[in-house]
Structures are given as C-alpha cells and as structure tokens.
Design a protein around this ligand. Structure first.
Ligand code: COA
Length: 163
C-alpha cells in the first residue's frame, strides 16, 4: 500500500495496535509486532523482524535482515548496517535482544548482537557484540559505568517532578 504519507510493502505483517507515523517506508515481508510504534521518516527495509511493544523513533534506518526483539527502544536517527564491505551481495543483519535501548544517533555494525536489557549510549559506534545488561558508549563503543548505576540514575530521574 502506498499513499502520499507512507509506503507499506507487500506481505508486511503488522500486529495489533501498531502505530506508524507519516513518511515512513516499510519494505516487503517485514513483520512488526503488537503495540509497536514507528515514528516519522523511519526506513524499515524488506524482511526485517521487529517484536512487540517497541518504540522506533523518527529517522531510524533499519536495513534487511535486522532482527529486533520485544520492548526495544530505538532512538531517533539510529543507523543499523547490514553490509560490512559495500557494495557486497553478502549481507548480515544486526540482532537486538529484548528490552534493549539504543539511544539517539547510534550506529551498529553489520552482524553484531546487542544483548538483552543493554543500553547503547547516544552517538555510539558499536562494532562488537554487546553482552546482556551492559551499558556501552563512545566511538568505538566500550563498556561505560555499571548497569546498576544506570538503573539507579534512571529511577531517580523517573521519580523527579519536572515543572
Ligand atoms: C548513556 C546515557 C544515559 C548516559 O547519560 P548520563 O548517565 O547522564 O551520563 P553522564 O553525563 O553522567 O556521564 C558519565 C560519563 O559517561 C560519559 N558519557 C555519557 N554519555 C556518553 C555518550 N553517549 N557517549 C560518550 N560518553 C558518554 C561522560 O562523558 C562521562 O564521562 P566522565 O566520567 O569520564 O566524565 C546518555 O548518554 C544517553 O545516551 N541518553 C539517552 C539519550 C536518548 O537517546 N534519549 C532518547 C531520545 S530523545
């Protein structure tokens, strides 16, 4: 289906209550799970799998063979890659496991896996697998401070009342 606001390819499987905002491209045979939200100007290519309850923010680029689990946050402008040595016919996707957070503007090397519940800091260039429950940032991305500290900071932030 193509209208002037977005393209949804052939045989795309959309779960229940999926929200797709304007000017978004979704390639053929891609699957998007229940309650996932896809922001404006997002490019999700063919054959991608995205789980339930994910939030894909505006301008993310998600090429073929990418696999994203459930409850995953993909920040604005995140770039996944699938071709380590362009232009090649050999593509390999990135896998993001459940409950991971990929912050704004991060770039992920073809073929890596981001472990469950891990956090990729904004602007990171991730060139290696990230184990589960690990915070990484920087270029090249390396382990930052301990995940426990991140969770405490987040809890404090969530409890704050901003005026
Ligand atoms: C990972 C993140 C949560 C860390 O934030 P934080 O805990 O407030 O980090 P701090 O500012 O206290 O910095 C702690 C240290 O990590 C470094 N650091 C923090 N974030 C960094 C990043 N993204 N890249 C490189 N270094 C980073 C700081 O330089 C500092 O290093 P130092 O101790 O040597 O001085 C934050 O960078 C981030 O990515 N937030 C999410 C933003 C986002 O995408 N939001 C959703 C869309 S709006």
């Amino acid at each position: 289906m193509t209208d002037i606001f977005r393209h949804i390819g052939k045989d795309v499987k959309l779960g229940e209550h999926v929200q797709i905002w304007n000017f978004t491209y979704i390639g053929d045979r891609t699957e998007i799970g229940d309650h996932t939200k896809v922001g404006s100007l997002v490019h999700i290519d063919y054959g991608v799998k995205i789980g339930n309850n994910c939030k894909i923010e505006g301008m993310a680029y998600i090429p073929p063979l990418t696999i994203i689990g459930n409850n995953v946050f993909i920040g604005p402008g995140v770039i996944f890659t699938n071709d380590p040595f362009p232009m090649s016919d050999n593509m390999i996707g990135v896998t993001v496991e459940n409950d991971a957070i990929v912050c704004a503007g991060a770039m992920l090397k073809a073929g890596i896996t981001v472990g469950a519940r891990s956090v990729i800091g904004m602007g990171a260039v991730v060139v290696k697998d990230v184990p589960s429950d690990t915070l990484v940032y920087g270029n090249p991305a390396r382990e930052g401070y301990p995940m426990q500290q991140y969770l405490e900071k987040k809890k404090k932030w969530d409890e704050k009342t901003l005026t």
